[in-house]
Design a protein around this ligand. Structure first.
Ligand SMILES: Cc1ncc(COP(=O)(O)O)c(C=O)c1O
Length: 412
């Protein structure tokens, strides 16, 4: 096995991955189309060659046990045989057509059987654009303009001012390119701060079309009180709830947080997790709202792209066959409880918090968090501020990952 700590890495040293990343900066804006993937610290895999199961390899052949999982979408495992086969079989028959394909309705029917709030569904490609679709529906339906966001809802929430703004993005820079007349209709509020939400909604309820709620990772369980509170408050004023289930869906429960906590939103959005990494998103909810989407012109050429739909149908079958939701929880509990004990023993002020399938890595001190992450890369573990397990993390992989993390912690 490759010894991570003896390898030459780091921006100033040579490696195929770093060279490739540096070269890409000449052609590819920021070196990646996804902000959270951009190479940042020494030992981090700068450019990836391939993945299998729960492991990834960079261009230098260095292998990492991966808890990024494509930033969430890979829930079964990289290059998962049954999903690959479903994609290959469909590939032989064509990718996209100028008429509806049977898989579109088939996938819709399957989704309705597993997502509690879904009376009807429609497909798009990314999470952010599905959120945008729901916002347009909510505005058209209510005749109101204002939207309150909670958490990250895709790059579209550069629109919103307020306290829920995404970390790592400069708020002033992000608001550039957004006309003031548009930005004034978007506001962000913090997770589970009921007093703030009550005040904001009571003050401007006549203008609010919808609230868009993505659950907090670290304080996930506060949703038990927060979601019913929001449901009652919004119902009182005819405001719609759009649940952003992009991370939680197909991870903590098939139907995400509203399924887990038994709440009925008006609309919901799913994306990561639907198709083990194939690009597909879903907006769903009350039939009259989804039906409105045709009338108000929501449409995309790739909405019925069949490779992703074939993958999605197979993903649902695999979830049911292998009881994937239970496995993600068990695996997360197994490794992160051990890591939390390690933090305690070593007196490191850090904690993995939230639902076991997507725990937030929280550090009392930001720099210590960065150092920990860097040391983990060095030992061959790829972490992110949210730790995503997948179905292919077997117990032996988790034990191996734990040993690597134990070594990483020694250097903090
Ligand atoms: C909770 C949540 N909502 C929305 C999005 C946006 O999805 P996409 O990147 O597919 O547009 C993300 C992406 O990270 C997310 O985590």
């Amino acid at each position: 096995m490759i010894q991570y700590d003896t390898l030459k890495t780091g921006a100033s040293m040579t490696s195929k991955s770093i060279d490739s990343f540096k070269r890409s900066l000449r052609f590819l804006g920021a070196g990646s189309s996804t902000l959270s993937k951009i190479y940042q610290s020494e030992y981090e895999p700068a450019v990836i060659a391939r993945g299998k199961g729960c492991r990834i390899w960079d261009l230098d052949g260095r292998e990492y046990i991966d808890f990024r999982n494509g930033l969430g979408p890979v829930t079964l495992g990289y290059s998962f045989r049954e999903i690959n086969n479903a994609i290959i079989q469909q590939l032989k028959k064509g990718i996209v057509f100028g008429h509806p394909h049977r898989l579109e309705a088939e996938a819709a029917e399957k989704l309705i059987s597993v997502i509690p709030c879904a009376e009807k569904v429609r497909f798009l490609k990314t999470g952010g654009e599905a959120v945008a679709a729901c916002i347009k529906i909510a505005r058209a339906y209510t005749g109101r303009d204002d939207i309150i966001h909670c958490g990250y809802n895709g790059w579209l929430n550069v629109l919103s001012k307020g306290e829920g703004f995404r970390v790592n993005i400069n708020r002033d820079a992000a608001l550039k390119g957004i006309p003031v007349d548009i930005a004034k209709h978007h506001l962000s509020l913090p997770w589970a701060d009921c007093a703030k939400w009550k005040e904001a909604i009571e003050q401007r309820h006549k203008q609010i079309a919808a609230v868009v709620i993505a659950c907090d990772y670290a304080e996930f369980y506060q949703a038990k009180e927060f979601l019913p509170f929001l449901r009652e408050l919004t119902a009182q004023y005819g405001i719609l709830i759009i649940m952003d289930e992009i991370v939680m869906g197909f991870r903590i429960a098939l139907g995400g947080a509203h399924d887990f906590f038994n709440i009925k939103p008006d609309l919901a959005v799913f994306a990561k997790g639907l198709a083990n990494g194939m690009p597909v998103s879903v907006y769903c909810g009350r039939a009259e709202l989804i039906d409105l989407s045709g009338e108000i012109g929501i449409s995309s050429t790739y909405g019925g792209e069949t490779l992703s739909l074939a993958a999605l149908i197979k993903v649902i079958a695999c979830y049911q066959k292998y009881n994937v939701i239970a496995r993600l929880k068990e695996s997360g509990e197994y490794i992160w409880n051990k890591v939390n004990s390690l933090f305690q023993i070593k007196k490191i002020p850090a904690e993995m918090k939230g639902h076991p399938a997507c725990k937030a890595l929280t550090f009392a001190e930001k720099d210590a968090g960065k150092k920990f992450m860097k040391n983990c890369f060095r030992q061959g573990v790829s972490l992110y501020h949210v730790a995503y397990v997948n179905y292919s993390h077997a117990k032996k992989d988790l034990d191996e990952a734990y040993c690597r993390i134990e070594k990483a912690v020694q250097n903090i």
